[in-house]
Design a protein around this ligand. Structure first.
Ligand code: NAD
Length: 480
């Protein structure tokens, strides 16, 4: 953050928005991009961990200033190559929107804290000085999702390197080329800024087996997992220190004191951002009955397409499939070919044809509808009418399913705002803004793509990846 000037950032962002750097004919795989071999990618997890340990040793030997130089170079390359990562991300996963993925990379480059996040604490008293410092763990094993693949790799890398760690990634198999492009970017930045050629590592073919090697390897001192409930459970039962950033299902309450015009626009802006892939994005709305019609009309003015209850019921079994889980129970799970798809693509599945101006599907449902109960990660937004704040809060808390992840509210009534915030207990609570304000996009505060609700680190940053160490100097070293 510190070493790139505002003017430089503006220039890079202008170039990015012109879209000049990306190529739709790029060839990519988990090991190369346009014929260039990606650095730091290994077939064997054990070898990747050994190389990440070498990276860690190199970082340990560096001054903080040197670490910050590498981070500055990561930021610069991320801004420059955002269009490439945005395009591969969409091409490889079939999910999300190129223009929004560019913005997510810009956000990561600009607002992920670096070494300034690492601060020591001093306590002085009659018995001298005690210093508490934030030390690295060593090699961090990081599991990353398909929804924000390169964003998470870069955000994690900046924070983990700033904290003095090495990193080995086991990225999502469906986003491996995009994730490994970002791993290579971090390594190129390291080499350019005088660091080791291989600072962070990843896999040619990540599997559950490579994840398991990572989870049990003695050289991995910290596990950081960004993903759904299954994988978070797996790392939390690994026996190692773990940071778990899990699933959400963020509810939005809109009461009758809200600026309804703004609420309608903000909710559609947030819900449709990157086709609803961000875990913080609005997933279901509880609207006061007396403003619901107006809210729906405002949403329609902002690119929402209203479907009927019958049409919603036709769409539901297409986007949510019944599968038998390991325990032999039938459960509903999101259809992977619908996650992160454009609203027009989803509507076409029920025979409705719309243009690209439609960015979100809205529908009125009751509380028990699948659209309310499941984290869809696609631009479909159910709206449930409620009569009063107590009902709104009760239903919204239930719909959040105890994830304690993210919730939103549009209201000018501070009693309502406080009551919901207290009841829902989420890591992020956004008032009167689109969801992405909660990760520093149009809101104050730093950004992260690893929001650790289950383990409590919250909006992770470099300091989340440190362990505290105390140094005591008894009876001396005070100046008073
Ligand atoms: P996912 O859960 O399908 O996969 C995440 C990663 O875990 C992948 O690398 C996958 O290969 C791996 N994995 C899955 N099961 C595993 C197991 N048992 N052991 C080891 N590794 C395993 O995630 P996804 O679909 O890419 O991402 C979407 C989910 O992640 C959503 O639920 C979303 O809310 C959540 N998410 C949370 C955050 C956050 O910061 N809290 C950020 C992004 C995504």
């Amino acid at each position: 953050m510190a070493n790139i000037t505002e003017a430089e950032i503006r220039k890079i962002v202008e170039n990015i928005l012109k879209g000049s750097a990306a190529s739709s004919t790029a060839s990519y795989s988990s090991t190369e991009y346009n014929g260039r071999k990606l650095i730091g990618i290994y077939a064997d997890m054990n070898e990747a961990i050994e190389m990440a340990e070498k990276g860690y040793r190199a970082v340990r030997a560096m001054s903080v200033e040197q670490r910050e130089k590498i981070i500055t170079e990561i930021r610069r390359l991320t801004l420059e190559e955002a269009p490439i990562m945005a395009e591969i991300g969409v091409a490889e996963t079939g999910m999300g929107r190129v223009d929004h993925k560019r913005l997510k990379h810009i956000l990561v480059a600009e607002k992920t804290p670096g070494t300034e996040d690492i601060v020591a604490e001093a306590k002085t008293g009659d018995n001298g000085l005690t210093l508490t410092e934030m030390a690295p763990f060593g090699v961090v094993g990081s599991i990353t999702p398909s929804t924000n693949p390169s964003e998470t790799v870069i955000c994690n890398s900046i924070g983990m390197i700033a904290a003095g760690n090495g990193v080995v990634f086991n990225p999502h198999p469906n986003a491996i080329a995009t994730s490994n492009y970002a791993v290579d970017l971090v390594n190129r930045a390291s080499a350019t800024a005088g660091g080791p050629e291989v600072l962070v590592c990843s896999m040619v073919k990540p599997t559950l087996e490579t994840a398991s090697i990572m989870q049990t390897h003695p050289k991995i001192r910290l596990l950081v997992c960004t993903g759904g409930p299954g994988v978070v459970r797996a790392v939390l039962s690994s026996g190692k220190k773990a940071i778990g950033a899990g699933a959400g299902n963020p509810p939005v309450i809109v009461d009758d004191t809200a600026d309804i015009r703004k609420a309608g626009k903000d909710i559609i802006d947030g819900c449709s951002f990157d086709n609803n892939l961000p875990c913080i994005a609005e997933k279901e709305v509880f609207a006061f009955r007396n403003i619901a019609d107006q809210l729906i009309a405002e949403m329609q003015k902002n690119g929402a397409y209203l479907i009927t209850r019958e049409q919603a019921d036709k769409l539901a079994p297409i986007v949510l499939k019944e599968v038998t889980n390991k325990a032999g129970k039938t459960v509903k799970t999101v259809a992977r070919d619908c996650v992160g798809r454009d609203a027009a693509v989803l509507l076409a599945k029920i025979g409705i044809n719309v243009g690209p101006e439609i960015r979100c599907i809205i529908c009125e449902t009751d509380f028990n509808h699948d659209f309310v109960q499941h984290e869809l990660m696609m631009p479909i937004l159910p709206i449930v009418r409620v009569d009063e704040i107590e009902e709104a809060i009760e239903l919204a808390v239930k719909a959040e399913h105890g994830n304690r992840h993210t919730a939103h509210m549009h209201s000018k009534n501070i009693d309502h705002l406080s009551a919901f915030a207290k009841a829902v207990e989420t890591t992020i609570f956004v008032k009167n803004a689109p969801s992405y304000a909660g990760i520093g996009f149009g809101g104050e505060g730093h950004t992260t793509f690893t929001i650790a609700g289950p383990t409590g680190e919250g909006i992770t940053s470099a300091r989340s990846f440190t362990r505290k160490r105390r140094c005591v100097m008894a009876d001396n070293f005070r100046i008073i």
